[in-house]
Design a binder for this molecule. Structure first.
Ligand code: HAM
Length: 427
């Protein structure tokens, strides 16, 4: 029969990983996810889990009809009742929907800080670091319009990277300003680009009337050439927006986090207002953005909630693991506290079945190979599994009601009465 492979642009996370991509080892994922949870807790963010699919309209209204992510990259399908559903391409819109729906913003001045870890789906051209299913650790903070909240999110993100050990990071920030600033910047950009319309890509010619800011984000060489010398967004900021981004910058400075202000930074979503940021890491090649975020003060209202400011980021976990791997950073993992039961003969195998049950009931992770292989082969398997201890039972041990406890790291061994094993391994 022919083999069925994983869909294009996807990969599997496996106990031993895929030999071509060592970052697919499950334990590596657990390690960075546990750093993410720890850092989120340090900053008092609580976990939220939302569905992987949502009503398509959520992303049209939330992420933006004219963004590439919604217009070209979503997985959208009718369900059996012909409702249009979309696999989430990002986390923010679903989080905002869930918060509104649960009544989190009903009271004036509501605050909420949430984080999530989970998959997102984008129909992009797959390459190293770019997948059709990717995972993000993200945070969203609601209810605080002050720049301190932007800075807190950025510091949390940078602390996450620092704790994971990733090196060679650069943080860029920019501001598109509030609604008024964005509108005057939009007009300035249209004035600048209109004489060059025919030099733009077909997509950007359309964007010029629909969403000119998007052109700054285009990867098409014709557009990159055309936007050279475009006015920087910073020059069109209202006094309030200017004071906001200046304060974010000074808070980052105060915290000792290096960054650059990059007037050309735009991001692929329509919901952003004021602060935007992106972090790139060395060792990733062209897909080098490991995380990005921004403020979105109009999104809650756009999705039908009481006007509530928000700010957050999303950080790609595949890219983080790939960066760690290519930078040669060992991912700290806790040793597997597994005990392996080894039997010499059939009677010992029966005794091990009972001991295995006893250990597991006592909360001690244990395993064995009941297929009747040689003692040597059983030891080999225990070592391949990364086991810490082996418990060996043979005829002598059965007769004396003992087992041999062997530390597979230090090779030390001792005979222990069977009745004392659980206590010994629990200490
Ligand atoms: P984003 O920049 O589109 O932002 O995605 C965040 C991160 O997810 C990227 O920096 C990248 O590391 C990773 N990523 C995105 N697409 C892919 C892909 N196809 N393959 C692998 N990794 C990918 C957002 O999604 C916003 N929701 C972030 C946000 C939260 N803004 C405010 N709150």
């Amino acid at each position: 029969m022919s083999r069925i492979n994983a869909p294009k642009g996807t990969y599997d996370i496996l106990p031993r990983g895929n030999p071509k991509d060592p970052w697919t080892v499950t334990a590596n994922w657990h390690a960075i996810e546990s750093v993410a949870r720890d850092v989120a807790a340090l900053y008092n963010f609580a976990e939220i889990r939302t569905p992987i699919f949502e009503t398509s309209e959520l992303f049209h209204r939330g992420v933006g009809e004219t963004s590439d992510i919604v217009s070209k990259e979503t997985y959208t399908f009718p369900d059996r009742e012909n409702r249009s559903l979309t696999l989430r391409p990002e986390g923010t819109a679903g989080v905002v929907r869930a918060m509104i729906e649960s009544g989190a913003f009903n009271d004036q001045g509501s605050r909420a800080k949430v984080y999530y870890i989970g998959p997102n789906f984008r129909y992009e051209r797959p390459q190293r670091g770019r997948y059709r299913q990717h995972h993000q650790f993200g945070v969203e903070a609601f209810g605080v319009a002050e720049p301190e909240q932007d800075a807190e999110c950025i510091l949390l993100q940078m602390d996450f990277y620092r704790r994971c050990g990733v090196k060679d990071l650069s943080l860029r920030i920019n501001s598109l300003g509030d609604r008024e600033s964005k509108q005057s910047y939009r007009d300035a950009l249209v004035t600048f680009l209109s004489p060059k319309t025919s030099a733009l890509s077909e997509d950007s010619q359309r964007r010029l009337s629909e969403n000119p800011l998007r052109i700054l984000d285009s990867k098409d060489p014709r557009d990159i050439e055309a936007v050279q010398g475009a006015p920087p967004a910073m020059e069109y900021l209202s006094a309030r927006s200017k004071a906001h981004i200046d304060k974010v910058a000074s808070l980052l400075q105060q915290a000792g986090v290096p960054f650059t202000v990059d007037g050309s930074l735009v991001r692929g979503f329509d919901y952003y207002t004021d602060t935007l940021w992106e972090v790139v890491a060395g060792g990733l090649g062209s897909q080098n953005a490991i995380g990005g975020g921004g403020r979105y003060d109009n999104l809650v209202e756009m999705l039908g909630g009481r006007a509530t400011p928000g700010v957050g980021f999303g950080s790609g976990l595949e890219r983080l693991l790939i960066a760690l791997e290519s930078q040669g950073v060992a991912i700290p993992r806790s040793a597997k506290p597994l005990v392996w039961l080894i039997a010499h003969g059939d009677a010992a195998r029966d005794a091990n079945a009972a001991l295995l049950r006893e250990l597991r009931l006592a909360g001690i992770a244990a395993d064995s190979d009941p297929s009747g292989r040689s003692v040597k082969a059983q030891f080999k398997m225990a070592e391949r599994e990364g086991t810490a201890f082996a418990l060996v039972t043979g005829e002598d041990e059965l007769a004396s009601n003992t087992v041999v406890l062997k530390n597979l790291r230090t090779r030390e061994e001792s005979k222990v009465p069977r009745a004392e094993i659980v206590a010994r391994l629990s200490s």
